[in-house]
Design a protein around this ligand. Structure first.
Ligand code: ZN
Length: 540
């Protein structure tokens, strides 16, 4: 027998959590075909992995790479981390369905995030057509899709209005959801702090989740609050899974935001543990950083975010309404995640802005910008940024404690996810979150090698077999004969992230080789520009 690739002389970490072992791996036609302590057959390509770890490719359980794919499929920032499968359509926001005649509305909505979307064409309408379209791109890594609740709501429900769905709208949303699940979506995601998703009631989500349950799908949620309301928000997510009968649920990018609430992870992790003990399968994911990332607009009270962007802009230009916003921030609104009060302008840093005139403030906090621009106070800076950029401002927010990060990371229900996206190396827009470049090497370098928070084998389990099990993938996530050859080869003594908040566009070090479906996509740190990635559809 001759192989396409043999990986020689390496230590294998299987992905199961078991200790490493010496072994050589023979790969042919995309699959791992043989693992022995020594392989003497020939191969087209031999990789010498002496001193290195060979493990399954990382499955990024929470990715927003779907935003980037229509622009470029060269997802360097994730590929160089060793991510061989990205799970996309997260936080309730995906790229399909787009009902016929609603294309412009859809583009306009996306362009708040980045004006580039206004120039793009989206040559599909249904979820099935969307997956076919993605399949035709030359994707270097595999993709798994969830349908976003926001997409379902905009397509068939109450849109941006602050109200519950009518019976007709609920029926229509269920139809779009069914269509997505039948096309191969693994479940539905929600992002319950974002407008218009913030307006949905739990009961309506349980109704929709019953459709997910009928299709053996999963419920993934960016929960309703990660600060003051985090405990109630975790309870709500568990209740939606429990009452709908879904096979499983995921708390996305689990964190405790806001100094006053630090320590609450003990309680949230206890709730997750108890749910599992009574037969409700709940897990969570996490990125290893103390800052989150979001749109600046999401710091507004929910009532101020109702309707289309023009309506929101019109509203916040009124001085009277600005005063009402300030009052609500000061007094709080029950159930609302109040960033300005709980994190403060001094902890909000600009990632990107849509207008040229503000490009020079990337990386600065709102409080710093007030001083630089000589504005009267941080509130003036806040409203000016939103108005001048047509709401298009992304921020990182310093909000988490290292203690909660450790608590969550060491929970047996935690797995690793970036909450980031693949950024082509030619792109330079703003100061995006370093998690897009450094999540996996940071866990392996900082939290495994330097701080010994996790063992190497356990960390790799959280990046490979655990997310594979969550998704029901039977042939990925473990180094096993017969499985797809998604493989990462890295140096455990040197692997480390290099991206920082100030300078995020830095690839990690210590990950020389990445293989996707038996094809080398990174070799000795150089990209091969091949597109072996597959769209993995949920198998029924
Ligand atoms: Zn999110």
């Amino acid at each position: 027998m001759s192989y396409d690739i043999i990986i020689k002389n390496g230590k294998i970490v299987s992905g199961t959590g078991n200790p490493w072992y010496f072994g050589e791996i023979g790969i042919k036609d995309g699959k791992i075909v043989k693992i022995r302590s020594k392989l003497n057959e020939s191969a087209t390509k031999e990789i010498d992995a002496a001193g290195l770890i060979t493990c399954p490719g990382f499955i990024d359980i929470h990715s927003h790479t779907d935003y980037i794919l229509p622009i470029s499929s060269k997802v360097s920032s994730t590929l160089y981390q060793g991510i061989t499968t990205s799970v996309v359509g997260m936080c309730g926001e995906g790229m399909a369905p787009i009902p016929v005649g609603r294309e412009n509305e859809f583009k306009k909505d996306l362009s708040t995030m980045n004006p580039i979307f206004e120039q793009l064409d989206f040559p599909y309408h249904t979820f099935a057509e969307y997956l076919e379209y993605i399949d035709k791109l030359r994707n270097p890594a595999n993709l798994i899709f969830f349908v976003g609740y926001k997409n379902i709501r905009l397509a068939g429900g109450q849109g941006n209005e602050d109200r519950s769905a009518t019976i007709e709208e609920l029926k229509s949303m269920k139809k779009y959801l069914t269509e997505a699940l039948e096309a191969g979506a693994f479940g539905m995601s929600t992002g319950l702090i974002y407008a218009p998703q913030v307006f949905v009631k739990k009961e309506e989500l349980i109704e929709l989740a019953k459709v997910i349950a009928e299709h053996d799908g999963l419920y993934f949620s960016h929960i309703r609050g990660e600060g003051e309301t985090v405990v109630d928000a975790v309870k709500e997510a568990i209740e939606i899974v429990e009452k709908s009968g879904c096979i499983g649920g995921q708390i996305a990018h689990h964190k405790i935001s806001g100094e006053r609430f630090w320590g609450a992870s003990k309680e949230t992790l206890r709730l997750i543990k108890e749910a599992n003990e009574r037969g409700v399968s709940i897990s969570c994911d996490q990125y290893p950083y103390n800052r989150g990332m979001s749109g600046l607009v999401t710091a507004l009270p929910p009532w101020a975010r109702e309707g289309k962007d023009e309506q929101i802009l019109e509203r916040i230009k009124s001085l009277e309404i600005q005063e009402r916003i300030k009052k609500d921030v000061k007094d709080g609104i029950k159930g609302w995640e109040n960033w300005i009060r709980d994190e403060g302008f001094k902890n909000m840093y600009i990632s990107s802005v849509n207008s040229e005139q503000w490009k020079d403030v990337a990386g600065k906090s709102l409080s710093e910008i007030t001083k630089i621009k000589g504005l009267s106070d941080d509130w003036e800076t806040y409203f000016k940024l939103l108005i001048d950029n047509d709401l298009g401002v992304m921020i990182t927010i310093e909000s988490m404690s290292e203690e909660d990060i450790h608590q969550i990371m060491t929970s047996r229900y935690q797995m690793v996810g970036t909450d980031g996206f693949g950024i082509p190396s030619s792109f330079k827009f703003g100061a995006y979150h370093p998690r897009c470049f450094g999540t996996y090497p940071r866990v392996l370098g900082k939290y495994v090698r330097e701080e010994k928070v996790l063992t190497l084998e356990n960390a790799i389990r959280k990046m490979t077999s655990f997310p594979a099990q969550r998704l029901g993938l039977k042939d990925r996530g473990v180094i096993l004969e017969g499985n797809w050859a998604d493989i990462v080869i890295f140096n455990p003594d040197t692997v480390i992230d290099k991206a920082t908040y100030e300078s995020p566009y830095q690839l990690p070090e210590g990950i020389p080789h990445v293989i996707v479906n038996g094809v080398i996509v990174i070799e000795n740190g150089k990209p091969n520009r091949k597109g072996p990635g597959k769209v993995i559809r949920r198998s029924i």
